[in-house]
Design a protein around this ligand. Structure first.
Ligand code: WT7
Length: 647
């Protein structure tokens, strides 16, 4: 294992808000005296009523509350308290030549107020769920903040998901309102967002959805449903420019965000107002050591939790200037990230390992031709970073002089939990290093017993957390029982992350990846069960089993084993149809990289599919299939291997 220690770069150590000794002190304090620690953090937010109670939580039964007697408004914290003349958003279009935008905090506040008023005019009330399906444009942030301002709960659906996926999320959230745009742009292509919403509403939840607010972005032609659809630019001028923020209780829901699990439909992870916002704010400032006037760029999409916490709520609550980019790293060429950094003089850059691996293929030249001297800090998130990618990031992008923060967290954690602090923590390529304040990771064995670790020893196991932190998700929308089952039942009274990890001799944490049936494709979670049910939606499919397998760029790719109904021959046309079915049911990101048509699947005598064997075969690792004697029909394995070798 790579265990090279990179000391904190000199410049970062010389100018940091946290030294290593301070980190250790503050961490120890946050565990020994959480009430005192969190009370000191309260001034980070503007409260309408300052809380007197800090954490008040139980994980058995599950009931999580932070700052419960406090009142505040998240949008007011992100807007009203900042200098209206300061720049909030620097927006860079998909195409390099296209005009960008600069939006001040004053303008962002006015836009948010106007959209909030428009939502109220359309009938949105406090507590209503509003579904947001937007491209990466400032109005995506405006839409989220407009909901927060009036106490509505946003549910952002990533713009790459299909109409079917939107419909499922609309229904689950019982959402009667949608905010979308005519179209988005990505990599030179237009993304038909409004048409996708129309399809979702026409085929599914039509009756339930009362109003669709449409932002004009590309100007592309879209159908407008007379009683249902409204142009934002038309309503905008008809509503007042100010809107009093709704006083919210600390534990009122702020948003729902759907994410994949190992079983069933995506889960609507519920985050509430005060704890989430405080966590986003504190981790943003501390992990990125953000200083006033700097330009921060997180390359995630607002459709994921990374976008929620480190494009919208963290940076904007801190009054930071963010760069928002509509495009992708490879368009028009693989130097796009570096070109944008040079153009806008970006100081802090936060991206996913998969994006680095994708651009690394083209070598160092695309990076070296740009002046990246504005960069002060680099970060990664979403999946374990392989040491090759870390070293390349360090050497070529950071010139060996910049701190790299590898931040481990999840949709359910609200913000970073295991991460270096840039001016404090020596790093090791591939390790997320040490826990953030208030976070108590531990490793357990299969029985849930905490694995003890002596000083200087290395241990591995399943990663659990032993105590709540303010940013923790509170529930799953409409299904608290499933919340309890999913996270707190495997190891009763502990939060199970579903990640495997090891802790090395220095106490550093290394996340090894999911131990459940979730595949991490390009930093995005995909449930194998979801892809399987999408495949069996095709009339010719009898059964499907999906596993992940290692992929150079995506980290993991999707490998699908499919058995066909009797008499149906395999063909290229059928394979294409299966891919189209998955694209239709979920979206492009779920389309399998390999589809393996097989006469049978390896099952135990009780009918359980043995995924362990399927994973090995997908990896071309036939030597370690393990015991296959318990299979109902051991010959299936021979057929699978033959099928694998023949492709
Ligand atoms: C899963 C959560 C965190 C926001 C983006 C993904 C994996 C995330 C890291 C990291 C190793 C990581 C884990 C986790 N993961 N960050 N720095 N090192 N693994 O959020 O979609 O909820 O996925 O992503 O497996 O459980 P998500």
């Amino acid at each position: 294992m790579t265990d090279t220690i990179h000391p904190v770069p000199e410049a970062a150590a010389a100018d940091t808000r946290t030294t290593l000794a301070q980190y250790h002190d503050r961490y120890a304090r946050s565990i020994a005296d959480p009430d005192g620690f969190w009370r000191e953090q309260l001034p980070r937010l503007d409260w309408l009523r300052t809380p007197t109670v800090m954490g008040n939580w139980s994980w058995d039964p599950v009931r999580i509350r932070w700052f419960e007697d406090g009142m505040l408004n998240a949008a007011a914290n992100c807007l009203d308290r900042h200098d209206p003349a300061a720049t909030a958003i620097v927006w860079e279009a998909d195409a390099p030549g296209a005009p960008g935008r600069r939006i001040s905090y004053g303008e962002l506040l006015e836009d948010t107020c106007r959209m909030a008023n428009a939502l109220v005019a359309l009938g949105v009330e406090r507590g209503d769920r509003v579904t947001i399906y937007m491209p990466m444009i400032p109005e995506a942030a405006v839409a989220m903040l407009a909901c927060a301002r009036i106490g509505a709960v946003h549910s952002v659906v990533f713009g790459g998901f299909s109409a079917e996926a939107i419909a499922g999320r609309l229904e689950d959230a019982d959402s009667r309102f949608v905010i979308t745009a005519d179209e988005g742009r990505r990599g030179g292509k237009t993304v038909p967002l409004k048409a996708c919403v129309d399809e979702a509403l026409d085929t599914h939840a039509t009756a339930q959805v009362e109003a669709v607010l449409v932002v004009r972005h590309t100007g592309g032609k879209v159908a407008m449903h007379p009683d249902r659809d409204h142009w934002w630019h038309e309503l905008r001028s008809q509503v007042p420019a100010t809107c009093t923020p709704e006083p919210m209780n600390a534990e009122d829901p702020l948003f729902i965000l759907y994410t994949s699990g190992s079983t069933g439909k995506p889960k609507g992870v519920l985050h509430t107002t005060a704890g989430y916002l405080l966590w986003a704010n504190l981790t943003f400032e501390t992990v990125f050591d953000y200083k006033a006037g700097e330009l921060f760029w997180c390359t995630a999409d607002v459709g994921w939790i990374t976008g929620h916490s480190y494009i919208v709520y963290g940076p904007l609550s801190a009054g930071a200037t963010i760069l928002m980019f509509e495009g992708i790293p490879s368009y028009p060429a693989s130097d796009r990230f570096w070109q944008v950094i040079e153009k806008h003089r970006v100081n802090i850059f936060y991206t996913a390992p998969t994006a680095l691996r994708a651009v690394m293929r083209d070598g160092d030249a695309p990076v070296l031709k740009h002046d990246l001297s504005s960069l002060r800090l680099l970060g990664t998130v979403g999946e374990p970073i392989n040491p090759e990618a870390w070293n390349w990031y360090d050497r070529v992008v950071g010139k060996g002089k910049l701190p790299i923060v590898d931040t481990w967290w999840q949709t359910e954690t609200g913000g970073a939990l295991i991460t270096p602090l840039p001016g404090a923590t020596p790093t090791k390529p591939g390790s997320a290093t040490l826990p953030f304040y208030g976070v108590q990771p531990a490793l357990v064995d299969a029985e849930g017993t905490i694995i003890p670790r002596a000083d200087g020893e290395e241990i591995s196991g399943n990663l659990v957390l032993l105590a709540s932190w303010p940013g923790q998700a509170r529930s799953l929308h409409g299904d608290h029982e499933r919340f309890t089952q999913t996270y707190f039942t495997t190891y009763r009274g502990k939060y199970f992350t579903s990640d495997g990890a090891r802790q090395d001799k220095d106490g550093y944490w290394w996340i090894t990846g999911r131990v459940d049936d979730v595949i991490n494709v390009s930093g995005h979670r995909m449930g194998t069960a979801e892809v399987e049910s999408a495949l069996v939606a095709h009339q010719d499919v009898a059964e499907a089993a999906v596993v992940g397998f290692p992929h150079d760029i995506k980290g993991q790719a999707i490998y699908a084993y499919v058995t066909l109904n009797a008499g149906i021959p395999a063909s290229d046309a059928l394979l294409a149809a299966l891919r189209a079915t998955v694209r239709h049911e979920i979206g492009g990101i779920a389309v399998p990289d390999h589809i393996h048509i097989t006469p049978g699947l390896p099952k135990t005598r009780s009918g359980k599919i043995m995924r362990r064997i399927l994973r090995k075969i997908a990896e071309n690792d036939f030597a370690s299939l393990g015991d296959t004697s318990t299979l109902a029909d051991p010959s299936v394995v021979e057929a699978l291997i033959e099928g694998r070798l023949n492709r």
